[in-house]
Design a protein around this ligand. Structure first.
Ligand SMILES: Nc1ncnc2c1ncn2[C@@H]1O[C@H](COP(=O)(O)OP(=O)(O)O)[C@@H](O)[C@H]1O
Ligand SMILES: [Mg+2]
Length: 251
């Protein structure tokens, strides 16, 4: 099972959007995908139409005694979702990284989920210990950044954080940068070109454009492939998934 953390503590940069749509694209490409909603507000659940998610989720895994697969829900063909659960909000307040709870979470996500090829963890913007747990067990970190000056300014700090966790783990954590909110009809120039210099060889060539169907699909609780399969957004995520599968060894 290949584990991916979607990481960028800034809110609104597209972590959840990437989780839902890349997850669905990978599932449609034949991979068995499990998404983990590590954000207590449950945005990933909303994105997949689960506007009232079940009360049990990853919180029960952290509290102990429950396997990840027992709280995973089947949402689409080959696409499972682990909701946050009603207690994740309290749990994220405390720093559980060094505790038994932190160990239980990391162990459960490392053990593997039967029948899952790719585990995508949608990190919250707040909780440091949940994010740390995801980074410590991931095979790859996906870093969505907005295609603007704020995104370019934030990237060095994000890469430094990944570097710090690499040191804790004792080996380099692989990562890829995904450029989001690219203005339609713009090439990778201006601020976006700076991303390639900051993270040479690590910026995915395919970007996600800023388009209305992405936000509309989210409000409708659908992925872009369901909401507008012929849209630019669907093409962007399909191409991103293809490039990603060609770049990393998911097997
Ligand atoms: N490329 C895009 N085009 C249009 N809207 C987008 C795009 N990326 C994200 N959004 C919208 O921006 C909002 C924040 O995105 P989200 O994925 O929730 O960010 P995060 O998880 O990093 O907080 C959502 O309403 C989402 O639909
Ligand atoms: Mg989010």
């Amino acid at each position: 099972m290949y584990r991916v953390a979607i990481f960028n503590p800034a809110p609104g940069v597209g972590k959840t959007t990437l989780g839902a749509n890349l997850g669905h694209a990978l599932a449609m490409a034949g991979r068995k995908v499990t998404l983990v909603d590590l954000d207590p507000v449950g945005s990933l659940c909303d994105s997949l139409g689960l506007f009232r998610p079940p009360s049990h989720g990853i919180d029960q895994v952290i509290l102990g005694g429950v396997s990840v697969e027992s709280v995973a829900l089947s949402t689409r063909e080959e696409l499972h979702l682990v909701p946050p659960g009603e207690h994740l909000a309290e749990i994220e307040q405390a720093d559980e990284s060094g505790s038994e709870r932190g160990r239980l979470l990391r162990q459960a996500l490392t053990d593997g989920i039967p029948g899952t090829d790719v585990l995508l963890m949608d990190c919250p913007s707040k909780s440091e210990w949940l994010v740390a747990s995801a980074l410590l067990i991931s095979d790859l970190v996906l870093v969505p950044v907005t295609c603007d000056e704020a995104g370019a300014l934030a990237l060095p700090g994000l890469l430094e954080t990944i570097e710090q966790f690499s040191r804790v783990r004792g080996r380099a954590i692989d990562y890829r940068v995904v450029i989001n909110r690219m203005p339609v009809r713009r090439r990778l120039t201006g601020p976006a070109a700076g991303f390639i210099e900051l993270a040479p060889g690590r910026v995915l060539k395919h970007t996600i454009c800023q388009t209305d169907p992405i936000a509309q699909a989210r409000s409708a609780g659908r992925t872009v492939f369901e909401y507008r399969p012929d849209s630019r957004a669907a093409k962007d995520f399909r191409q991103l998934a293809t490039e990603w599968l060609a770049t990393v060894d998911v097997s």
